[in-house]
Every structure is written in structure tokens, then in C-alpha cells.
Design a protein around this ligand. Structure first.
Ligand code: AMP
Length: 540
């Protein structure tokens, strides 16, 4: 028997079986059951259809982790539209690119973020603008009020079209290695398989209490929009991330499970060290890390001092993201210090997933933990391709080994087949778990009147794992008196791009290392910066 794998399954199942149970604690403190959540989703679906949204149209949501994001995702999906979350930290110009690239037809926007969209209204072709609370929004533009919009409709009023598992259900934008962000297309099938895997690998069950520390826009909150809902567990929503509030909610709501990048874990640790808050409610707590390599000290503190259980996950937007983990409890003794050697490695493939580490010719590297190659992967959770980018898609699935997705991450394998990431082939910086495109930063700085030539590379950072550094040849050629200060360079990048992408370190130079064809040899610059480290990627 073959039943189509549809992402609508998750909310349908929760409504069917857990309808009267709490689904969401909203930021405002309201408790919605799955019946109530489903009812609001249905009414938004009807409203979107009435605004002309049809199957295949793209619906964007720009929101800092509230129940409105969950509702919009499901409302779009169940009318066959494509859920397209936007990163709420992006500047208007960055949103303009994505909105036009994706061809967004409707936007549901949090009241605090309308000015990330308003300035580019003339430059985009969006028909429907809905705001979660226009009265609180600082705007002169027309935004329909979310609650009034859904109040106009009843539960049974929308029509669910026929859907097939290979149709696109979501597009997630990721920082491109070519400068512009790339839309990662995911189908009902890839989302569903990924959510099953997430639930299995992170032992998610109906009595789990999930606290949202991970942005929902980041690969659909790593699939937890689907997995938590599908198993009938509880979502605790929060606007953005705040360590104090996180500890409060953990104890008040008996949180059992969270996910975040190591940088966010370090912020929790810092708060705990300073304020000694209670660390659990009635439930034990497990915390899954992804997006960057976790420092060993972070894992130790979380497990040995704070008393949470640590899980290490690896993947990328293109891969679902979850493909690899070292969280295989029978391979280590949770009471023994030696477990951190395993937990620190990215690990091996999850169920239904195959990974390999390959050389330039696509051959497997030996499992000697020394030979470095690129991680390639095959699995049903891997993306369909990049939106409107057939060449990049072709390259991603064939560069070294045909039919495998090429992650751009460089790693070794030990004799047990466990991955350890050592370096990165792609030209990105992973800072605090978010990707930053070096090329986008370089493009930005080439517009600065005092910059003649610039190379951006990742350099180690205690706080963020990695941070962008700019090597700049000034227009006047004089690195001693470049005519601009490092602070002005940082401010310039902040003015044009999201704050988290800002260049934090600047060095003025009179030349850059180049190949005979004139290409800047960033590898040489990186080697200098990472001298003394045993890998050229950050931890944190
Ligand atoms: P993104 O597409 O934004 O999720 O970023 C994916 C990239 O983050 C990967 O290709 C890696 O370079 C990095 N990354 C994710 N998880 C880990 C991890 N556990 N260890 C090291 N790097 C990671």
C-alpha cells in the first residue's frame, strides 16, 4: 500500500486524537487546544483563499516564534500553498530579494517587524498584507488585522485541494555561497520523512513540552513545527530568545525538550552561572544542538552542572536539516567522562540516511580520522532542489559523486565511521548557528567609497564560534591611513545587512594573496587566522 506523505498529516492527527489537549501556550499567555488551534488555522485558510491564494502560491510569514507562525504555516499548507518563512532579522533590502525571488503573494507579519517590509512595498508584487496587530505596529501602510481577517470565516469554509507528496510545501532561504540567498525547496514527502526522523531521533512523545528557542524560520524550526504537532505534544511560544525567560518557562511549564545552536546554549550557561536559576520543572530536560559544532566545555556544563541531557545534531537547510547525530546512547556510558569524545563528533547517519566522505574524484576517504574529504549524503529528507536555480541544483547533486547531495562541509571519518567536521569548502561563515555569505558581505563593502578590494573570511570567536573578518585594500592604497575606520566599516555593513552579518574584525592591508589568475586565495588568509586550532571551523 502506498499512502501519500503529506505535511497536512501532522495537524490533522493532533486535532483528531488530542483535540481537547493543550497545543500551544501563546506569548500572551493564552492556552489553545489542538481543536482551537485547528479552528484558527482553518479560518485563516479560508481567508487566504478568499484573498486569491491558490495551490502553489507562496505565502510568507515574518514572525519571531509566536503561534501566528504555526497557524500561518498550516493554513498555507492545507490549501496547497507554499509556506515560505522569512528571517525576521533581515533588512528590507534583503527581504526584497527573497520576496521577489520566491514570488510571494501574501505576507503574514508580526507587528514588530512591519518596517522590515514596508520600505520595499513598491519594489515587490505582494497582494495581501496581514499583520498580527496593526495597532501596535509603527506603520503608515495598510495592513489587514489578523484577528479581524480570520473572524470573518468559519472552520468549514476553506477547500482543501488534492495534493501529491512530491509537490513543494515549503521554501526555506539559506545564505548563498554565490552571494544571493538560495530558496531550498522541500516537498510534502521530504518534510514528512524529516519530521518522522526528528520525532524518532529526539524521542519526541505526546507528553513532551517543547520550548521554542530555535527560530521557526530556520528550516521550519528544524521540522519541529511538524514533529511536535504530529505527536500531539505542547508548544511553548516565546518572542525571540531571552535566557531569563527561558529558565522561568522551563520551571513554570515543566519543559522537557529544547533545541538551539551552541551559542544560545552558552548564553543560557552564562545566565545560569550569574543567577543560579532552577534548571528543571517536573520533567527532565534534553537539549539538542545544531547549526555549529558544540564546544566540549558547553556540553560538560550542560550535562554535569546544569543536569540537562545533551544531543548533538548535524545537517543543513538543504538536508532537512537532520541527517547525522552522535546521540546513540549504547555507544557511550552517560556516567563516564569519556562520553564527550563521542558527543563532540557529528556522528553517523540517522535512519534511512547514507553519508560518505569523499575525495575530489568522489571516492570514499579511508576511515583513518586524518584524511579530509567532503561530506555527501543520500536520504528521503534531502531537498528537492534550489528554487529557480537549476544549475546550482545540478552542481549540488553531482559535483564529486552523482546523485548525492554535496554538503560543502569537510570532515574526517574515524574507524567507527563517525564524522568529525574539520573545515568548510563553501564560502560561508557560521556565526552563532546562522549562516553568513562572505560574498554578500564583500558585495556590500565594494559599494563603500573607501574600499578598493575586500576579502571576507571566518575567524575564530569565543562568543559566536566564528565571526566575519574583512581584509581591505583601501581605495587610496594606504593601509596606515585608509580614510575610513574599522568601526565605520562595521557600521556600514550593519546599515545594509542584518546585524548578525556585520563585519566584526577589520584589517587594512596593501595587498591580498592571489593566484596567477588573480583570484584571491582566501585559504591562505584563513590558515593564518586559524593557526593553532586543530580545525578551521568554529565551535559555538
Ligand atoms: P544552515 O543551512 O543554516 O542550517 O547551516 C548549515 C551549516 O551549518 C552546515 O553545512 C555546517 O557547515 C554547519 N553546521 C550545522 N550543524 C553543525 C554541527 N553539528 N557541527 C558543525 N557544523 C555544523
Amino acid at each position: 500500500m502506498k499512502k501519500p506523505l503529506l505535511a497536512t498529516e501532522f495537524l490533522d492527527r493532533a486535532r483528531e486524537n488530542f483535540g481537547e489537549h493543550e497545543a500551544v501556550l501563546t506569548v500572551e499567555g493564552d492556552r489553545l487546544t489542538y481543536d482551537e488551534l485547528g479552528d484558527r488555522v482553518d479560518r485563516l485558510s479560508a481567508a487566504l483563499q478568499d484573498h486569491g491564494i491558490e495551490k502553489g502560491d507562496r505565502v510568507a510569514v515574518l514572525d519571531p516564534n509566536t503561534h501566528y507562525h504555526l497557524e500561518t504555516a498550516y493554513a498555507a499548507i492545507q490549501i496547497g500553498a507554499v509556506h515560505t518563512p522569512l528571517n525576521y532579522r533581515l533588512k528590507p533590502g534583503e527581504n526584497e530579494y527573497i520576496i521577489n525571488d520566491a514570488g510571494i503573494d501574501a505576507i503574514v507579519c508580526d507587528y514588530d517587524f512591519v518596517d522590515n517590509v514596508d520600505p520595499v512595498r513598491e519594489a515587490v508584487d505582494v497582494e495581501t498584507y496581514i499583520c498580527t496587530d496593526p495597532e501596535q505596529a509603527d506603520t503608515d501602510e495598510e495592513w489587514a488585522d489578523y484577528e479581524s481577517v480570520i473572524d470573518g470565516y468559519d472552520t468549514g469554509e476553506y477547500e482543501r485541494p488534492e495534493m501529491a507528496e512530491d509537490e513543494i510545501v515549503t521554501i526555506n532561504y539559506t545564505s548563498g555561497t554565490t552571494g544571493d540567498p538560495k530558496g531550498v525547496m522541500r516537498t510534502h514527502r521530504t518534510e514528512t520523512i524529516h519530521a518522522y526522523l526528528t520525532a524518532q531521533q529526539n524521542s519526541i512523545a505526546s507528553d513532551d513540552v517543547y520550548y521554542w528557542t530555535l527560530p521557526m524560520f530556520h528550516v521550519n524550526g528544524w521540522g519541529h513545527i511538524f514533529a511536535i504537532t504530529g505527536v500531539g505534544a505542547r508548544h511553548i511560544c516565546a518572542r525571540g530568545f531571552d535566557p531569563e525567560r527561558t529558565f522561568e518557562k522551563i520551571t513554570e511549564e515543566d519543559v522537557s525538550y529544547m533545541c538551539c545552536a551552541p551559542t544560545v546554549m552558552n548564553m543560557l550557561i552564562e545566565h545560569w552561572e550569574e543567577h543560579d536559576p532552577q534548571t528543571t520543572g517536573d520533567n527532565d530536560l534534553r537539549i539538542a544542538s545544531g547549526g555549529a559544532a558544540p564546544p566540549e566545555a558547553t556540553m560538560r556544563t550542560l550535562e554535569d552542572k546544569i543536569g540537562w541531557y545533551f544531543k548533538h545534531m548535524y545537517g543543513s537547510t538543504e538536508t532537512g536539516p537532520l541527517i547525522v547525530t552522535s546521540d546513540y546512547n549504547r555507544l557511550f556510558d552517560q556516567d563516564d567522562d569519556s562520553r564527550f569524545e563521542i558527543k563532540n563528533r557529528q556522528g553517523f547517519a540517522m535512519l534511512g540516511t547514507e553519508i560518505d566522505v569523499v575525495d575530489e574524484d568522489g571516492n570514499s576517504v579511508p576511515q583513518d580520522d586524518e584524511t579530509i574529504g567532503e561530506i555527501v549524503v543520500r536520504g528521503n529528507q534531502i531537498m528537492e532542489g534550489y528554487w529557480n536555480k537549476p544549475e546550482e541544483t545540478e552542481e549540488a547533486f553531482s559535483a564529486r559523486r552523482e546523485g548525492w547531495f554535496h554538503t560543502g562541509d569537510l570532515a574526517t571519518l574515524n574507524e567507527d565511521g563517525m564524522l568529525k567536521i574539520k573545515d568548510r569548502k563553501k564560502d560561508i561563515i557560521v556565526s552563532g548557528g546562522e549562516n553568513i555569505s562572505s560574498l554578500q558581505l564583500e558585495d556590500c563593502l565594494y559599494n563603500h567609497p573607501a574600499v578598493r578590494e575586500v576579502a571576507i573570511i571566518p575567524v575564530p570567536s569565543e562568543e559566536w564560534g566564528e565571526t566575519p573578518k574583512a581584509y581591505i585594500i583601501p581605495k587610496n592604497g594606504d593601509p596606515e591611513n585608509p580614510g575610513v575606520t574599522a568601526e565605520e566599516i562595521t557600521a556600514y555593513t550593519k546599515e545594509h545587512l542584518a546585524d548578525y552579518k556585520a563585519v566584526r574584525v577589520v584589517e587594512f592591508v596593501d595587498q591580498l594573496p592571489k593566484t596567477s589568475t588573480g583570484k584571491i586565495q582566501k585559504y591562505e588568509l584563513r590558515q593564518t587566522e586559524w593557526d593553532g586550532h586543530d580545525q578551521m571551523v568554529g565551535e559555538g
